[in-house]
Write a protein that binds this ligand. Structure first.
Ligand SMILES: Cc1cc2nc3c(=O)[nH]c(=O)nc-3n(C[C@H](O)[C@H](O)[C@H](O)COP(=O)(O)OP(=O)(O)OC[C@H]3O[C@@H](n4cnc5c(N)ncnc54)[C@H](O)[C@@H]3O)c2cc1C
Length: 404
């Protein structure tokens, strides 16, 4: 078997993997870097998949991270359509699907997440889609070109963003979800209700409190049926039912996996093996910002900043990853939200501004301290929110509602 030596091996060509490669070169690492990705495309901005790329405003080239020539220009090797099949931490080797065996100096695992598939009657009918990669967006666009009814299963950001993008393209979209209100699991009912109203005002039909029981159709999906007996006509279905971290390689290699299903790391993104690091959707990291609690977050900004922090750690630097996680989402050009936190449960919401008028900040309190904040049209509050989240100090509720 051919064996090659690589100083920095990065498994995963997503946001985290790319950010790590970029940071290594920016910081002057001159050793060999190899990025291995099972994607057919070079690293791209995954957040565009449900927005500008699905909507057709952005091309493949537009969403490539670093641009088309970044890898050549920076002397970083990229292997697409290639999977890492086996990791042997003791031998410091990774075996690839092309049979190459790579002996690494430092290894970054940035394998992201896999979509959670529904498993009930009718799930294998044609016309049922999931969305993670550019190729999925290509299929959805093609498959919804001449259809009448698109049903989105799920009430979180994938389903709501896709409903907005496809509605703006002229499709009739219906959301069916377990939650009563869209986005309520992350933002609560007040703010979730605002986003639901925006969607409904633009023509999206929404059915909350519904569990889908089966899909019906002959060959191709024609109907979505819920446990409560609701029947929705559907020519195409798009499912946004969450993801699970892709820890297959790590767990088979014996790395420690945490309670949240991710690869456990310390604040430097180092795993239970000192030469192996993890970043992005798979990392269950000890968060400095959250008082050392071990958390796992599926946000673009976290993937990018953890990729950078892991690169520094692999170069022997001492700075921990201590950025307050940031998330953004938009519903077509109708509204835009930004969020720092996250709050894993909260006891109180304080609103600044007006939810009705679509310009507000919601502060999520855990006891007397700010755990998270959501803003719509008030990005200036984000900086204060970051300070408050990081300080973990008790807050003045009046100040929060009336900040200048
Ligand atoms: C449609 C969509 C829209 C989103 N929108 C937003 C948004 O608006 N805001 C936000 O904050 N977040 C958003 N997210 C979440 C955000 O994009 C992810 O959190 C982020 O991309 C995670 O980056 P990652 O590098 O950890 O993983 P990924 O981007 O998933 O990359 C993982 C990479 O690893 C590769 N891989 C996996 N296993 C192997 C293996 N064994 N061998 C080789 N390669 C492997 C995969 O092919 C892939 O290239 C969105 C996600 C999706 C799917």
């Amino acid at each position: 078997m051919p064996e090659r030596e690589i100083e920095f091996l990065i498994v995963g060509g997503g946001d985290a993997g790319f950010a790590a490669a970029q940071k290594l070169r920016e910081e002057g690492a001159d050793g060999s870097i190899l990025v291995v990705s099972r994607d057919p495309d070079p690293p791209y901005d995954r957040t565009a998949v449900s927005k500008g790329f699905l909507g057709g405003e952005k091309s493949r080239e537009d969403v490539l991270l670093g641009g088309a020539d970044w890898f050549d220009e920076n002397n970083v090797e990229l292997l697409t359509r290639t999977s890492a099949m086996k990791l042997d931490p003791e031998a410091h080797t990774v075996t690839l699907s092309n049979k190459d065996v790579i002996r690494y100096g430092k290894l970054l695992l940035a394998t992201g997440a896999n979509i959670r598939r529904l498993r009930f009657e009718g799930c294998d009918l044609d016309g049922i889609h999931y969305l993670r990669a550019l190729g999925n967006a290509d299929s959805i666009r093609k498959d919804t070109e001449n259809v009448e009814n698109v049903v989105l299963v799920g009430g979180s950001y994938i389903a709501t963003e896709v409903a907005a993008t496809l509605t703006a393209l002229g499709r009739k979209c219906t959301i069916v979800m377990q939650e009563d209100t869209t986005l309520e699991r992350t933002f609560g009912k007040q703010a979730g209700g605002f986003f639901q109203k925006v969607l409904e005002e633009h023509g999206v039909e929404i059915h909350g409190g519904q569990d889908v029981e089966r899909f019906e159709g002959e060959g191709r999906v024609a109907k979505v049926v819920t446990k409560a007996g609701l029947e929705l006509p559907a020519d195409t279905v798009i499912v946004g039912a969450g993801v699970t971290p892709d820890v297959m390689l790590a767990s088979r290699a014996g790395l420690t996996i945490g309670e949240r299903g991710g690869v456990c790391t310390n604040p430097h993104l180092q795993t239970s093996d000192p030469d192996i690091y993890a970043a992005g959707d798979i990392a269950e990291y000890e968060s400095v910002v959250h008082g050392g609690e071990r958390i796992r977050i599926e946000h673009w900004d976290v993937a990018e900043n953890q990729g950078k922090a892991a690169a520094l750690s692999m170069m022997g630097r001492e700075d921990p990853y201590d950025t307050v996680p940031y998330f953004f989402s938009d519903l077509s050009d109708w509204t835009w939200m930004e969020y720092v936190g996250p709050a894993f449960g909260w006891s109180e919401e304080i609103v600044r501004g007006s939810i009705e008028e679509g310009e507000f900040t919601v502060w999520y309190l855990d006891g007397d301290r700010v755990a998270a904040a959501l803003t719509v049209g008030r990005s200036d509050d984000l900086e204060r929110a970051r300070e408050l989240i990081k300080s973990r100090e008790p807050v003045d509720r009046k100040e929060l509602a009336e900040l200048p």
